[in-house]
Design a protein around this ligand. Structure first.
Ligand SMILES: [Zn+2]
Length: 143
């Protein structure tokens, strides 16, 4: 994809997807003290990911040094984000994971086929935003 700050340069980007069957915690409301866990029957694309377990961090570090936790002023928070391989500029999560037609929200099978999936067997939990929809997961390539 094109770097947020560059002119016509292209940078590889990384993201985390959860497979079908993962669970998310719905916060407790006024009536419930405890939150409730819900199982999801479809995969999810994560964004604005907070701290990760050391085993997962090690997996990511073995693949790239351009996807790492960093602070972003516009959200006033630290989260895992992509950095341009050429200039080091932080790449916003919204365009990557939330905007339809972005690299991780493909609108057709061809766009999805540009995503390469690497399966991590380690347990995973994180505070993050989730996105559900038909992202043509079946067309994504398995590494
Ligand atoms: Zn750049």
């Amino acid at each position: 994809m094109h770097c947020d700050g560059g002119i016509g340069e292209v940078t590889g980007v990384h993201g985390i997807l959860l497979p079908r069957g993962h669970e998310s915690l719905k916060p407790g409301g006024e009536d419930e003290q405890q939150g409730r866990w819900f199982r999801h029957d479809e995969p999810s694309v994560l964004s604005y990911i907070g701290e990760l377990q050391p085993a997962v961090v090690g997996r990511i570090e073995a693949m790239t040094r351009h996807y790492r936790i960093d602070f972003r002023k516009t959200t006033n928070s630290a989260y895992w984000m992509n950095h341009c391989a050429a200039c080091g500029m932080k790449q916003g999560d919204f365009g990557l994971y939330c905007e339809p037609g972005g690299p991780f929200s493909p609108l057709d099978g061809w766009a999805a086929s540009r995503v390469v999936l690497h399966m991590f067997p380690e347990p995973f939990n994180a505070r993050a935003n989730t996105a559900y929809g038909d992202f043509f997961f079946e067309n994504m390539r398995r590494a």
